[in-house]
Unconditional design. Structure first.
Length: 189
């Protein structure tokens, strides 16, 4: 049975299909996690294997199991990896970025949670604002940045063309850069 067939069966409650699904998607999830972890340098507190296992458990434990198709499943995996990486940054005791301007380049090739956890948290906040305005752009960022998917893999996951992925990636990066470059002002109490 193909991945989409297993997903549909697992989404319908078929426990055997869910058991068969894990080894079928494991290598792709591991590849996604490896690309994400490769962006880190310095000491890590989460391994590639742990990221894969946590993401997989997060996906299968959700009431809205992503059973639509293969692309949908991996888009949800990208979102799960984002949430795990953000939780990891928070766990490390990241401080709020304060009232100054934070300069953070959104580059899918290099990120260190140890050195930029405050920026990663800032990115998460900005990405949540972007999602409120344009869910597709936010999905592209999750797939490209947090899961390390290629343009083609992102296109499949989001159900858009590779050309649209490239355009959305440019627009989203510019929007996030502008959003994150603005100084934040403390609210008066």
């Amino acid at each position: 049975m193909d991945v989409t067939g297993l997903l549909k069966a697992a989404g319908s409650g078929d426990k055997e299909a869910l058991e068969q699904l894990a080894p079928v998607v494991y290598e792709q999830l591991r590849s996604m996690a490896h690309r994400q972890m490769r962006k880190e340098y310095g000491p890590r507190t989460i391994s590639t294997t742990a990221l894969v296992h946590e993401a997989y458990l997060k996906i299968v434990d959700t009431p809205n199991f992503p059973s639509e198709n293969r692309g949908h499943f991996f888009a949800v995996a990208a979102q799960a990896m984002r949430h795990i990486m953000i939780s990891e940054a928070r766990r490390r005791g990241a401080q709020k970025r304060g009232s100054g301007v934070t300069h953070f380049e959104l580059d899918e090739n290099r990120v260190s949670i140890d050195e930029v956890s405050a920026e990663l948290l800032s990115l998460d906040e900005a990405l949540n604002r972007l999602q409120a305005q344009n869910q597709r752009l936010a999905k592209v960022v999750e797939c490209r940045f947090f899961a390390g998917l290629t343009v083609e893999e992102t296109a499949e996951a989001v159900s858009i063309s590779p050309r649209t992925v490239k355009r959305d990636w440019r627009v989203a990066r510019a929007w996030l850069h502008r959003e994150m470059s603005q100084p934040s002002f403390p609210t008066s109490t």
